[in-house]
Write a protein that binds this ligand. Sequence first.
Ligand SMILES: Cc1cc2nc3c(=O)[nH]c(=O)nc-3n(C[C@H](O)[C@H](O)[C@H](O)COP(=O)(O)OP(=O)(O)OC[C@H]3O[C@@H](n4cnc5c(N)ncnc54)[C@H](O)[C@@H]3O)c2cc1C
Length: 326
Amino acid sequence: MKSFVYHQPKTVADAVRLLSQRDTMAIAGGQDLLGAMKDGLFEPGHVVNLKSLPGLREIRETSSGLQIGALVTLTEIAEHPVIRRDYTALAEAAESVATPQIRNVGTIGGNLCQRPRCWYFRDPHVHCLKKGGDQCYAARGDNRYHAIISPGPCYIVHPSDCAPALLAFGARVTIASAKGTRTVALKDFFQMPDKNLKGENILQAGEIITQITVPKPPAGTRSTYVKVREKDSFDWALVAAAVVLQIQGGVCRRASVVLGGVAPIPYESAEAAKSLVGKTVNVQTAAAAGSAAVAKATPLEMNAYKVPMAEAVVKRAVLAAAGVTG
Ligand SMILES: Cc1cc2nc3c(=O)[nH]c(=O)nc-3n(C[C@H](O)[C@H](O)[C@H](O)COP(=O)(O)OP(=O)(O)OC[C@H]3O[C@@H](n4cnc5c(N)ncnc54)[C@H](O)[C@@H]3O)c2cc1C
């Protein structure tokens, strides 16, 4: 690994000032960044440790929902009793990440901002589009793990498990910079490659996530996160779905269906949600939601298997969230 200068700021203001300098990267748990630095994918001259910042490690319950500091670990999210009870999909998503050791160190901010696992992007010797090259090697290469829903020109899938769950709950992120703070809906945080080829989100140099706010779910809300992976010990999702349903009198009043592993950003299917609202959840309506979720899929040469897989994952998640045995 190339040597670098390590900074331990004591305030958010100092951290964002340092991060607005060239050749500087933020590190939280380091579970994504350190591996990428060891592999030579990134070689920053300066690394700014966010873990030295105060006030970003708490989960607070308010009358309007949850405030989760960016440095809260995935284990803390997975084990939090209120998150497990009222935001089940988020607890399950956090619990599905990697291994206990990685979850003990990895943070929610790092989980949202981790870089894609595309093997062309991760290979320091491959100069792909995302790294300023002239082509996406996945478009015609080995694309078995890539996107089935992408406007192009890049076909990564977003790697975060927590992002689909947070998006399904309508979370917002607070972003700090030298200019102050701003709060944006998570759905506006992530960006498709036709809008932002080199990054996956709206963060600019000198900006960090400080907090995630999750609104209190209305009465009758139930949720789950279903993830299919190649290796059950630890792995990123081939396909995953976060489903949040509000069910009253046996009828679905509100629904949110967000898929992971299928697109360059967590993919919210308005069609799947719409297909459920006003209906009783049963095997037929859950299957219809699965079909609606993949209606826009245009698989690449080697990943058509993800289409029926996504259909089945959404169906399974809808039934599980509603507590219906299929
Ligand atoms: C073997 C292995 C398996 C994994 N499996 C999964 C998996 O199944 N699912 C999954 O979702 N992830 C997985 N991960 C990815 C990742 O390590 C974890 O998700 C973890 O949450 C990353 O958090 P971190 O704090 O360690 O991030 P870091 O490595 O510290 O940072 C990751 C990136 O985010 C940026 N960053 C960190 N915090 C902030 C912030 N507050 N504001 C702005 N930018 C920030 C950093 O600059 C860096 O670019 C896996 C990693 C490994 C090594």
